[in-house]
Design a protein around this ligand. Structure first.
Ligand code: ATP
Length: 465
């Protein structure tokens, strides 16, 4: 073995050998299986007082969540002359293309989800940030809109805003950044979620169904994730403009979100319960839906998504493509309905529009969604039968409801909902808004997220392909 490629470390159990190749740190331990650690999971390596110290994330067994591990031992005397160089080269490989020591604004919502955000942050997340030698500026939000106010005044030198919360706090951060004196510049600061809310839709979409609720995987995304541009949606109602980053729901899907707030302690099971309750009530949602459609052919949309998914190695290019921003928000372009709009007056059970395949662990509602295609996916579910709706739960986590006949699916530039009743629920990114006429339009690539893959972490399997 080339001496410069490995370090022998003397620990209580004997001598271990640390070596690495292009993708993996390999730890050979006496009388034990080799430990292979993907370089992406290596957080920090240092050589201090003739000892090697390695901090990394590993799974105790396959399928287990990631956890923080620290390996330390005296470097064998013959290897000391090249130890500093070896450590620096390993750090370069572990952080290839990514800045070390990220400077993070961390917002912790003590009231989100099951109320465990503070202990989750202190016990599981903060030690990982410290191990990676990130600098932290932590605020525990004290009231609704606190995160909004902080984002509005945010200093622009942070490498990321970390939300230890659910999607509601991210909605506030996005809206605060949009009201910043330099909104476009503020919206280039990437947002990265640590999933401690109940739905955690954004985390699922960035990290995937396996890792979407894994705190350490989310922390790793904060440390090593790459900026990924995402579309934002202007939501206008009564002359007021807000921004939505994820979804708008009317009818059953809004009832199940807002009507189950008191069941937060249940985590995301509350959504399943809300869905079953909504199907039993089977109330039509009295609205007109108008859409400026870009595409409505389900087969074409499904084929398209398969053809455009970038591979992980294309992430670098995406990072390079970040535009120099202007400092005003994009104007609204679709205020008047013209001949390109269509209207739907059929009785609907719900309207659900947004981006990001998963809206929860049990439902891939927007399987053909892309983060930056400049379009919003709009689902209009016809009032079919209770049986059909219960059947729709079969493989809903894989996007099966997409193919239901009564589920209309559009890609749109804009849409408008006009209620014909005073009573009803409207949820924007899971937050309650008045049940009144509103319009949504898309602004391509206006905000920035951190992503391990440079795309949504989901796969839509098209039947028969
Ligand atoms: N200290 C606080 N006390 C009360 N509410 C707060 C506080 N800090 C933030 N909030 C509010 O809590 C709401 C919910 O937050 P969050 O998104 O973190 O959790 P969640 O709704 O359970 O998760 P999800 O949106 O993923 O379902 C937000 O609207 C936010 O304004």
């Amino acid at each position: 073995m080339d001496d410069s490629k490995h370090l022998r470390v003397v620990a209580s159990g004997g001598i271990s050998t640390f070596s690495y190749n292009g993708s993996t740190l390999v730890i050979q331990r006496l009388d034990k299986k080799n430990l292979d650690v993907p370089l992406r999971q290596v957080l920090w390596v240092q050589y201090v007082e003739q000892a090697l110290e390695v901090h990394f994330l590993a799974r105790k067994k396959p399928g287990a969540p990631l956890s923080l591990v620290k390996a330390r031992g005296a470097v064998h005397k013959d290897d000391r002359p090249h130890a500093t160089e070896w450590v620096e080269a390993l750090m370069d490989a572990a952080y290839q293309g990514t800045k070390r020591n990220r400077h993070l604004k961390v917002l912790v919502n003590p009231k989100g989800g099951q109320g465990k955000a503070v202990s989750a942050f202190r016990k599981k997340v903060e030690p990982i940030f410290h191990a990676a030698q990130c600098s932290l500026d932590v605020t525990y939000t004290r009231h609704p809109k606190h995160a909004y106010a902080l984002a509005k005044e945010l200093s622009l030198d942070y490498d990321a805003v970390v939300t230890v919360s659910g999607d509601g706090l991210i909605h506030e951060v996005i809206n605060g950044l949009a009201q910043h004196t330099q909104p476009r510049r503020a919206l280039t600061i990437p947002i990265a979620p640590i999933p401690t809310g109940s739905g955690n839709g954004l985390s699922l979409n960035l990290l995937g169904i396996e890792d979407g609720f894994d705190l350490a995987a989310a922390a790793l995304n904060v440390i090593k994730g790459r900026p990924m541009k995402t579309d934002l949606f202007s939501f206008t109602q009564n002359g007021n403009r807000h921004f939505s980053f994820m979804s708008q729901a009317v009818g059953l899907m809004a009832d199940l979100d807002l009507g189950t707030e008191s069941l937060r302690w249940m985590g995301d099971t509350r959504f399943l319960l809300g869905f079953l309750r909504g199907v039993l009530r089977f109330k039509p949602c009295p609205v007109t839906l108008s859409i400026k459609v870009a595409e409505r052919d389900k087969v074409k949309m499904a084929e398209y998504i398969r053809s455009v998914q970038p591979k992980d190695d294309e992430i670098h290019r995406q990072e390079d493509q970040l535009d120099q921003p202007h400092d005003t928000l994009p104007p609204l372009k679709h205020s008047d309905l013209d001949e390109d709009w269509i209207s739907l007056d059929t009785p609907l059970l719900y309207i659900y529009a947004g981006q990001g395949p998963y809206v929860g662990r049990d439902l891939m509602q927007f399987p053909v969604s892309l983060p930056d295609d400049g379009l919003i996916d709009v689902v209009a579910q016809e009032l079919t039968s209770r049986g059909d709706m219960l059947k729709a739960m079969d493989e809903a986590e894989k996007g099966a409801p997409y193919w239901m006949e009564g589920q209309h699916y559009f890609k749109a530039y804009a849409y408008r909902v006009t209620p014909h009743s005073l009573k009803g629920c409207l949820a924007v990114d899971g937050e309650a808004y008045p049940f009144e006429e509103f319009q949504v339009e898309v602004h391509p690539k206006l905000a920035t997220l951190l992503s391990p893959h440079g795309r949504y972490a989901s796969e839509f399997v098209v039947p028969g392909r």
